[in-house]
Design a protein around this ligand. Structure first.
Ligand SMILES: [Zn+2]
Length: 153
């Protein structure tokens, strides 16, 4: 029998289970955008990048440590891309999700600022920018931003 009133501890537990499951699923889905960006970099001819660079703030998905270029490939849902149609909020536990998204966004901002203060050039690529209709534009932006960072040093 399901108890009619769930204690907050049980709810907390259920939520964290659901979050854990979606995070695991999300990780699988999220591997792909990173691969697309890595492929793009190789195509452009920028080699020598490192994946999941752990020696600086935020652990960028892709980094050129020598040139202090940090590339983050953000999922629109988890990082709550402003104004993006993929940045939805689940209807159940909406408040929980909103707080989570706010924390994620605040962390992203903090990390970018810290890296920039330490002289890194930070490039954010949103998952939706890798879809067919936007990918050319994204490639051009990537070339612009990274060439700039390459020239600077
Ligand atoms: Zn987006």
């Amino acid at each position: 029998m399901v108890p009619r009133v769930l204690s907050s501890a049980i709810i907390e537990h259920m939520v964290s289970d659901a979050v854990h499951n979606s995070m695991v699923a999300n990780k699988r889905v999220n591997t792909k955008p990173e691969l697309v960006v890595r492929h793009m970099l190789r195509e452009i001819g920028w080699r020598g990048y490192r994946c999941d660079w752990k020696k600086c703030a935020g652990h960028p998905d892709i980094a050129f440590p020598g040139r202090k270029i940090a590339i983050f490939v953000h999922g629109c849902f988890w990082h709550h891309h402003e104004g993006c149609k993929y940045a939805t909020t689940p209807k159940s536990n909406a408040e929980y999700w909103q707080q989570k998204f706010e924390r994620n966004r605040a962390r992203d901002e903090r990390v970018s600022k810290q890296l920039e203060d330490e002289g890194w050039h930070v490039v954010i690529i949103w998952e939706c920018e890798l879809k067919k209709d936007k990918i050319e534009q994204t490639r051009e932006r990537l070339i612009d931003e990274i060439s700039y960072a390459f020239v600077q040093i």
